[in-house]
Design a protein around this ligand. Sequence first.
Ligand code: IPE
Ligand code: IPE
Ligand code: MG
Length: 237
Amino acid sequence: MKDRSFPKHIGIIMDGNGRWANIRGLPRVEGHRQGSHRSKDVIYAASDIGLNALTLYAFSSENWKRPEDEVSVLMQLLSFYIKAEIPHIFKKGIVFRVIGDRMKLSKDIRALIEQAELLTSGNSGMILAIAISYGGRDEIVRTVRKLWEKGIKLSDLDEDIFTSNLDTGELPPVDLIIRTGGEERLSNFLIWQAAYAELYFTDTLWPDFTREEFFFALHNYTQRERRFGAALERIVF
Ligand code: IPE
Ligand code: IPE
Ligand code: MG
């Protein structure tokens, strides 16, 4: 039996900005700038088709290891885009969220994120989660701490309680993870949540990723057979 249903939640690992710029003899930051335009396109495409949730991997917990000037440009771009897009995101009914360890971010960006989250919290459209300073392992460790602080007893702990306390607690399960840029790995993205996600890899570099390819990935998802470990129904001829 094929599950051809439409995905509720898509995660995207937006990779390949640096290589896109290198090929053109441009500085890596130019790739990040172009990449931000693509993110906008995909956000509104996803919201227009009625997706429930979209999580974009913008900056990993490991990306802090990059040269200071690249990190600083990435942070500037993130705050620029949040500021510039929030009015439009709000108008579209999108709920804006940030996942990751925001205590590592500057006070200014944190304040901006909080404002944007508050402004859009009453919306009822797509949830847009931007993963910033996000790492799946870090999220798991923070969740264990959170559960301990809440006083959850070990004997009461189960997968559902754990899942609902992750940064993505209010999001539906991730159905499809898209990675651009040709690498076939998760790089610490939604590692708990990805246990049964479908994966779609493409060589397209993120700044070249179009709405059309996004729709193609979605179509490809609808052709897959999700079994979640259960046996296939026997086909009797
Ligand atoms: C993805 O592009 C953006 C971030 C990780 C912030 P990269 O900067 O990793 O680009 P490549 O992989 O080096 O081409
Ligand atoms: C993953 O890309 C992180 C983001 C896209 C934000 P990386 O470029 O950091 O991943 P690796 O180093 O190729 O695994
Ligand atoms: Mg990369």
